[in-house]
Structures are given as C-alpha cells and as structure tokens.
Ligand binder design. Structure first.
Ligand code: FES
Length: 373
C-alpha cells in the first residue's frame, strides 16, 4: 500500500475538495464498528482537503446492477481532520446500498460523490448547552459534532443520549467514553431496549439504562433539557417520538433540529404520500401536465405548481428521495423530454443539468414530461 502520509499531504496550500470539479473519492480504510455497522473512510483522489461543517452529509453516486443510485450519508468524521472523510453505515436487511457497501466496498476502490452539504449543524445554532439525541446509526452527524468539540478542546456542555437495541449495537461507545474522560462537561448516556446481563459481556452494564427513551429517562439524564439546544437524528419513528416527548414537556421547538436519511422506512414515505394526495386533490380543477416514466411505462399527472416527486408519490409511486429540498441529489433523474422549472439547493451539478438531468423533488413542470425511470 502506498502511504498518503507524505510532505504533499501537509502542504498548507492544498486546494479544497470540490465535487463540482473532481468528484472521485478513494476508499482508504474500512472499520467494523459493531456486528452490522462499518465505517468507510475516503480520501480525495487528487490531493485536496475537505471543508464542511460537523453534521453535514455527502451523497454517494453508486452503480449497482447497471443502475446509478444516489444515497446521502451524514459524515461521521470531524471537519478538524480535513484529509479524510468517513461515513458509518448499518447493514439493513433490504437496504440495497447499505448491503452493497458492506459487501463490495474495498480499500482502494474509487467512488463518485457530491457535497458535502446540509444545515443540520450545531455551528449554525451556537448555544450554552446542547442535548444530542440519536437512535441507532443516526448517531453519525452527532458524532461528527461531538468529535469536533472534542478536537477543538472546547469542553462544550453536551449531554449525548444514544439509544440502541442492545449493548452490542452501541456504536462508538468507547470513543464517547474517552471524550467524557477528557471533558468534564461531556456526558454520554446509553439507553438499550434490551440489556444482556451475561458475564461475558465486555461493556459495563451499570452505565446503561434498559428500556426506551421516555420523559422520565430524559428528565433523569438531562434535568435541564428545556434549556438546551436539541439535535436529533435517527429513524423516523424515533424522531417522531422525540418530537412528541419534547412538545408534550413544553419544550420550545424553535431550539429543536433534526436530520434523517432513512430510505427504507415506509412511515416517512407514507406520510409524504398522504400529503401529496391531499395536494393533488386540491389541483383537481387545474390543468395538469402528463409525466411519463419511460421504464415503468407509467404515466401520471402533475399540476404546474406541484413538484414532480410529490405527484409521483400521490400516484402511489415510490421514487428514491431523501431531503425533498434539492440538496442531496438522491432523486436525480434523466429528463428525456419536456421542460421543468427547477430550484435546487446544490444537489445537482451544472454539467449534469447540461446533460439533461434534473431533481424531481424541487422541479415543477412547464410542459408534458418524459422521465427515464
Ligand atoms: S430528494 Fe434530495 S435532491 Fe431530491
């Protein structure tokens, strides 16, 4: 293996990695974090450094079975280490991309990526005290923030409440414990749905609460939670229960921030679909444009003031999507014919637009459309 730890790496004038100019990253290490979670580390193919905010995400562009698939992953590494970026991925039974990464990604393999981007970051919401709430692999953006505070030697006041299925599913526990050892104001709390008390267990059960995150366990771990800036990331049901719990407790939701990239979970999709159906029923008296999905042979209707993705959802189609804000690039599709008005937030490059690509989540039709889907 060729070492990257050369004088060139430490050249202070290294350019910033720009996915618009050179979008290739190379996998430089893979770490097994738990039995079904791996961290994948990537370095730019051409010498450059990453610049991002802790909590932001990156979108991978993968070719799986002949199909280009975009998936966003929040970055788990800290921006204070700008030469390498990491994502931490849990294998999911039906997760096309997570399984592909676990089974196929190897050290030295190139991968195309877009970003980093996103606004889920404590940097934009400075506060005296923070509460980080994460469920499962939703720990990644919060870990990036925690690592950032730690590496900047800030000793920020952070209570980090992480929920997992069992102690064996706790990601980054040893590192969080080390951060707590080094910083008096950093307090990790672990909540496991089920705790195995077997004597072989190498973690210390006395520091882990058994059960789920409840109003009681929250008050016990963070008695002053009403005064904290809250950042939450996890599966949609976890975040819904956190929102409910905080709102019921009288928390000022202006200080609440959440992020989720959960493609395999139906509830969020279903919810979006219901919303979109309601919107479409409001458009019943308006002239619509036809949207033909060339591969599936399906044609749907879309109102001029409706996003193409919403109309597809209303018709019961599940197109890949994530942010629904034109940021992540997950919904990127080829527009074979027709015109759209697109207001994206960085999820697509100009050269891709020039090649006929568009983002259905932030595009409204100006004519009948044919999409390669
Ligand atoms: S879903 Fe993120 S850009 Fe469309």
């Amino acid at each position: 293996m060729i070492s990257r730890n050369t004088p060139e790496l430490w050249n202070a004038n290294l350019p910033q990695w720009d996915s618009d100019k050179n979008n290739v990253l190379v996998c430089c290490q893979i770490r097994q974090e738990t039995h079904d979670v791996k961290s994948f580390f990537f370095a730019p193919q051409e010498a450059s450094v990453f610049k991002f905010l802790p909590g932001q995400f990156i979108t991978l562009e993968l070719s799986i079975d002949g199909e280009i698939i975009n998936r966003s992953y929040t970055i788990s590494s800290s921006p204070n280490r700008p030469h390498v970026i990491s994502i931490t991925v849990k294998r999911k039974p039906d997760g096309v991309v997570s399984n592909w990464l676990h089974d196929n990604m190897k050290v030295g393999m190139p991968i195309s990526a877009l970003g980093p981007t996103g606004d889920f970051t404590c940097v934009l919401y400075p506060a005296q005290k923070y509460l980080f709430l994460s469920g499962g692999s939703g720990i990644t953006p919060l870990m990036s923030m925690a690592r950032s505070f730690h590496e900047l030697a800030e000793d920020a006041d952070v209570i980090f409440l992480h929920s997992a299925r069992s102690p064996a599913d706790l990601i980054f526990k040893h590192e969080l414990d080390l951060m707590a050892f080094n910083q008096t104001n950093f307090q990790p709390v672990y909540i496991c749905a089920k705790v195995d008390k077997s004597p072989n267990w190498r973690l210390q059960p006395e520091f882990i609460t058994e059960g789920m995150l409840t109003a009681e366990s929250l008050k016990l771990s963070a008695p002053d939670f009403l005064e904290r800036e809250v950042f939450t990331c996890g599966p949609a049901p976890y975040m819904a229960s956190v929102r409910h719990l905080l709102a019921t407790a009288g928390f000022n939701m202006a200080h609440y921030h959440e992020e989720s990239f959960t493609f395999d979970e139906l509830p969020a999709e279903t919810q979006a679909s219901v919303q979109a159906e309601e919107e479409l029923s409001n458009h019943n008296n308006i002239q619509t444009f036809s949207v033909e999905l060339s591969k599936s042979g399906t044609t749907i209707q879309c109102a001029p003031d409706q996003f193409v993705l919403d109309s597809a959802r209303a018709a019961g189609l599940r197109l890949p999507s994530s942010c629904s804000k034109g940021l992540c690039g997950t919904c990127k599709s080829k527009l074979i014919s027709g015109q759209v008005e697109m207001k994206h937030g960085g999820g697509i490059r100009q050269r891709e637009i020039d090649q006929g690509m568009f983002l259905p989540c932030c595009s409204k039709p100006l004519s009948n459309l044919v999409i390669e889907k």
